[in-house]
Design a protein around this ligand. Structure first.
Ligand code: NAG
Ligand code: NAG
Ligand code: NAG
Ligand code: NAG
Ligand code: NAG
Ligand code: NAG
Ligand code: NAG
Ligand code: NAG
Ligand code: NAG
Ligand code: NAG
Ligand code: NAG
Ligand code: NAG
Length: 579
């Protein structure tokens, strides 16, 4: 019993020792038979007053000290000084409410307020929201906080307390005590707590997202966190994804996160700074191409030649020009050197710009147009065969293979340091012959070839017994048709058509009758003795000297008679002119 009721009870007890002041409500047919008192108020007597047509309790002091079932009739007839004219709802006291407590809890009332309700009942002490009755709420229906579902249901039928307890709202289910099996709806969330107006994705809570948790656009990380804890907005904002970090991160990317965050970018780049549209994982170790390398790795932008990795060469490993050793080594460790024309990489045993130690196989790799190592191994040359060949040499190959011994030997088995080509047909010297052609170690007499006489053809001193000419040496040093003079002092060209002497002709042609044993006027060998002083005939004259074809009449000499006739005619003409 609260203090207010206690005071009320005391004053009531004080007042009941007086006569009732009278009421009319229970008057009927000039009797008080309609008037009621209380459950055990058998001592109460009602008196009818003819003049005022009222009923009144004869002696209010007859009311028991602990009355039950007090009626408004009794309370009206025996009011307290405070005007407690109505029986309380429990019928145990009279109260000072402004209207009868009869309709306080049956829902038929109107204009109820908390003051009256509090007077009528200790338990139904608050007027509901419409004032139609007093309800069993634990607080006033006009409270601004402290709401719970039950109070709401009393104060505002079919409502629930909002989440903060500041209002009763018409959600479809409890805000404060939602059943596990029920899902939140956005409208309930908004009613229950306008700070968290959307149902989470799983429907189990309300959250402070700025949009519906089933939205397919406009996602932000903070909304995702609200709607689906531990998720982030996908990069295109179309959904929330359970990646391990924000989709707008620029570090720490994993393939799995990329696939969650991006529709098209499936793989994290090598540094993990972003997701890329590579066609395969950036940690792959096969099938690389330049495009994927560029996507996966900012610093290693080209696929190695064997496609097993990406490398930081300065150009594509599939380039067809501009190769450097550095790029070659990066692109393909097995072919670490750039060819001379820079068009490819090769597995030579040394760098292609080397200036020493060349071998044919390296030359062929480094510089196919210069496929052979020079003899000094310092360069590659475009000879027609290896510089280590032992046959088939030509001057041009020798010159390429070895500038200091630039002529092919006569038999082509080697290169030699002659001062001119072994193919020359002039200017031969003994030393060149020796070098070019050891089997014919002397220059011949004309210096147009080499020969194999017993003694040098050139500079020979036939006055020395060891150097006299022999037929063999004449043949070697000159050519077919030469013979040595009998004294060995020289060789004679028996095939000469001029310059022959009688002795030469005799040596060459023999001295038998009819042999061409005589020299004629032109030094040709003929069978007529052109120095005879008798017996000349015209035919012999012609053989010995075509300019004097006529034998003199005495046969002692040869003349040119046509010359004499010409001389006579000229003289006659001269004489005629003088006349
Ligand atoms: C009294 O009231 C009753 C109804 O309560 C009525 O029938 C009756 O006629 C009235 N008059 C008298 C004199 O009883
Ligand atoms: C009856 O009512 C009249 C008029 O109100 C009043 O004067 C009178 O005292 C009353 N009689 C009794 C016995 O109370
Ligand atoms: C009236 O009745 C109640 C219970 O019904 C009882 O407790 C109370 O003592 C009674 N009063 C009198 C005066 O008999
Ligand atoms: C109680 O409510 C009913 C129905 O509205 C009404 O007829 C009656 O007069 C009311 N009683 C009181 C004491 O107000
Ligand atoms: C919550 O609701 C359940 C049933 O829905 C009920 O049993 C329980 O008492 C309620 N708890 C509170 C604090 O209202
Ligand atoms: C609640 O939501 C979950 C997930 O969206 C769904 O599987 C379940 O069926 C829903 N429950 C009800 C009662 O609608
Ligand atoms: C949501 O996205 C649509 C279309 O992308 C846009 O028009 C709208 O302004 C966005 N709303 C908000 C709140 O950002
Ligand atoms: C990703 O690459 C594929 C082919 O490699 C291409 O078709 C697609 O358009 C690319 N997507 C993006 C987002 O660049
Ligand atoms: C080769 O390199 C030169 C100079 O660096 C450059 O100008 C040229 O374009 C390159 N050629 C190719 C095919 O890359
Ligand atoms: C070969 O070229 C590289 C640079 O391409 C240079 O560093 C190196 O010294 C060169 N070697 C020779 C022997 O020229
Ligand atoms: C032969 O040698 C001379 C003098 O040394 C020279 O002038 C001439 O050109 C050479 N002839 C040939 C065909 O080499
Ligand atoms: C002798 O001389 C002639 C003419 O000069 C020549 O043709 C001939 O070959 C020489 N030798 C012999 C053995 O007759």
């Amino acid at each position: 019993m609260n203090f207010k009721l206690f005071i009320l009870a005391l004053s009531f007890i004080y007042q009941i020792f007086s006569q009732g002041t009278g009421i009319t409500t229970c008057v009927a047919n000039q009797s008080c038979s309609q008037c009621t008192s209380c459950t055990n108020c058998s001592d109460i007597v009602w008196q009818y007053n003819q003049s005022s047509n009222t009923c009144a309790v004869a002696d209010c002091s007859k009311i028991p000290s602990s009355p039950k079932g007090l009626t408004d009739n009794l309370c009206a007839s025996c009011p307290t000084a405070n005007g407690a004219n109505f029986a309380s709802s429990d019928g145990q006291s009279c109260v000072t409410s402004s209207q009868s407590c009869a309709n306080a809890t049956n829902g038929n009332g109107q204009n109820w307020n908390d003051i009256d309700c509090g007077k009528c009942s200790q338990t139904f002490q608050y007027a509901n929201s419409k004032g139609t009755q007093c309800v069993y709420s634990s607080q006033s229906c006009s409270s601004q906080n402290g709401w719970i579902d039950q109070d709401c249901s009393y104060c505002f039928p079919n409502t629930f307390a909002n989440s903060q307890g500041t209002l009763c709202v018409q959600s479809t289910q409890s805000c404060q005590n939602k059943s596990q099996v029920q899902n939140w709806s956005d409208s309930d969330c908004k009613l229950c707590n306008d700070q968290k107006p959307f149902a989470t994705y799983d429907g189990q809570n309300c959250c402070a997202s700025s949009q519906n948790c089933k939205s397919q656009q406009n996602w932000t990380n903070s909304d995702c966190t609200q709607c689906q804890p531990n998720t982030f907005a996908s990069y295109d904002k179309s959904k929330c994804v359970p990646s391990s970090q924000s989709c707008s991160s620029n570090t720490g990317w994993l393939d799995s996160d990329c696939q969650l965050c991006f529709a098209n970018l499936k793989y994290a780049n090598t540094q993990g700074t972003q997701c890329v549209n590579s066609s395969q994982m950036c940690s792959a170790n096969s099938n690389w191409n330049d495009n994927d390398c560029q996507l996966c790795n900012n610093s290693q932008t080209f696929a190695s030649s064997d496609k097993t990795k990406c490398v930081n060469s300065s150009q594509s490993c599939s380039s067809a020009s501009n190769w450097t050793n550095q790029n070659c080594a990066l692109c393909s460790i097995n072919t670490p050197f750039a060819t001379v024309d820079k068009k490819s990489c090769v597995g030579s045993s040394q760098t292609c710009n080397s200036t020493s130690n060349w071998i044919d196989t390296d030359c062929a790799l480094c510089n196919p147009k210069y496929p052979f190592a020079s003899l000094d191994n310092n360069s590659c040359v475009n000879s027609s065969q290896s510089c280590t060949s032992i046959f088939g040499w030509t001057d041009s190959d020798c010159k390429l293979c070895s500038p200091s011994i630039q002529f092919a030997s006569s038999d082509g088995t080697t290169c030699v340091a002659s001062s001119q080509s072994c193919q020359s047909n002039s200017n031969w010297t003994n030393s060149n012959c020796q070098i070019c052609n050891p089997s014919a170690p002397y220059a011949n007499s004309m210096k147009n070839g080499c020969a194999d006489p017993s003694v040098s053809c050139i500079g020979r001193d036939p006055t020395l017994a060891s150097q006299v000419w022999t037929d063999n040496d004449c043949l070697s040093c000159y050519q077919i048709g030469y013979r040595a003079l009998p004294d060995g002092s020289n060789c004679v060209n028996c095939l000469a058509k001029s310059g022959m002497s009688n002795s030469d002709c005799a040596l060459c042609n023999g001295t038998d009758d009819g042999d061409n044993q005589f020299a004629n006027s032109q030094g040709q060998c003929v069978a007529v003795n052109c120095q005879q002083t008798s017996g000349w005939v015209d035919t012999d004259c012609i053989v010995c000297n075509p300019k004097t074809p006529n034998a003199s009449s005495d046969g002692t000499t040869c003349l040119n008679t046509s010359f004499i006739a010409l001389l006579a005619a000229t003289l006659i003409n001269f004489l005629l002119f003088m006349i």
